[in-house]
Design a protein. Sequence first.
Length: 251
Amino acid sequence: MNTYDFKDRVAIITGGGQGIGYNVAQRILQSGGKVCIWDIDQDLLDKLAASLGASEAELLALNVNIGDLSAVEAGVAATMEKFGKIDVLINNAAIVGPNAPTWEYPAQAFMDVVHIGLVGTFNVCRSVVPHMIAAKYGRIVNVSSVAGKEGNPNAPAYSSTKAGVLALTKSLGKELAGYDIAVNAVTPAVAKTTMALSQDPEFLKMILSKIPRGRMLELSEAASAICWLATEENSFTTAATFDLSGGRATY
């Protein structure tokens, strides 16, 4: 397993109570960093210190709804109060929504998925970036999806959300290119997350059939790629998309 230099670095990870975000938190802590995990599942947050083996000095767990800008701003303030800075931001929180064709898709569900996955990601970036600009350093990794590049049938809300995250990444990366702040996105294929596995079995079978590797993405594989993008070593590449699609992505 590769090691990463996160010594004295502070990372916010949204949706970090489980799945990809949790695995990223684990790797950063193992690499000498400090982590603030945001999630809306209090039961998961309550178990983090024990499951991650992290001390109070290394870990802050906050119940933050990223769809609520005031809650995000409060979360940033709490993180700054405890750690004094924010070096890394991993925007991982999202919801999938139901599976249905666009013309039958529940309107409220569409708005909910977009509000958390896209508006929420904007809220967090908007609130964290000024602190990175002041410090003249930052690494932001937005977790998009191969669905945002190709569009999954019967998943119009999720596909639209993740496409928007890619555009936001490119805009923000260009805006911050004059600073030592890198903004990149990853586009995983379906991974072994609770959220993914909760979808309709036939839908999962369909998207799995599109992956030449013939399997789901392992959470540790996603964390490895994300962590490198979040290091100081990634000093040039910004406003870019990195595929974690097992060969599915064609551009």
